[in-house]
Design a protein around this ligand. Structure first.
Ligand code: ZN
Length: 208
């Protein structure tokens, strides 16, 4: 069932499979853990982008790495020793992602940015799907882009939350290059068409 859904978005043209891992503590929901990821890994060649919305993510890096994650993203808000956690992900030979809730300032992570391959600007408060894109985050994406440029980092900016064919343009124009879309794809009648429209709108916004 899950494998079938994943196959469907893979065929529809998705580049990444963004997996939200929730523990019922940092966010209210509980979702897939490493065992599920290990299982679906067998059925998909997509890049597994594992977004850990859990407390103490440092305790689970090894497990998610061996389950087949290509990118592991941790929240700045959940790590007392963020530098160490990001370094641990890199040691595993996978890409290190860093996520910021809407209320968390970029300055809080300035000094660990050199360790980051993917900077995830949450465009909703994490926890559940179907929320509305927070417009103020466009300014945060631009600020993140400048901050990365200043340190000559080639980390990509990812956005997650409320991304659809309209908000994709604003996010991409501000500097986002990896767009996570849930409802906009899974609720569409034609997933391939939905992915294509989001991608085209984003590409057009980057060029203009
Ligand atoms: Zn996510």
């Amino acid at each position: 069932m899950l494998a079938g859904e994943i196959q469907k978005v893979e065929n529809a043209g998705a580049d990444y499979l963004h997996i939200d891992v929730m523990d019922g503590h940092f966010v209210p929901n509980i979702t897939a853990g490493p065992l599920v990821i290990k299982d679906i890994r067998k059925h998909s060649r997509l890049i597994f982008d594992v977004h850990l919305m859990i407390e103490n993510p440092d305790l689970y890096i090894d497990e998610f790495a061996s389950a087949g994650a290509d990118i592991i993203t941790v929240h700045a808000e959940t790590c007392n020793h963020l530098h160490r956690v990001l370094a641990r992900i890199e040691e595993k030979g996978i890409k290190a992602g860093l996520a910021l809730n809407p209320a968390t300032s970029l300055s809080a992570v300035e000094y660990v940015l050199p360790l980051v391959d993917l900077l995830l600007i949450m465009t909703v408060n994490p926890g559940f799907g179907g929320q509305i894109f927070i417009e103020e985050m466009v300014r945060k994406i631009s600020a993140a882009k400048n901050m990365l440029k200043n340190i000559e980092s080639d980390a990509e900016i990812e956005v997650d939350g409320g991304i659809n064919q309209d908000t994709a343009s604003a996010a991409a124009a501000a500097g986002a290059r990896v767009l996570v879309a849930g409802s906009a794809i899974f609720k569409a009648h034609d997933q391939a068409e939905a992915i294509k429209t989001i991608r085209n709108n984003a590409l057009q916004a980057c060029r203009s």
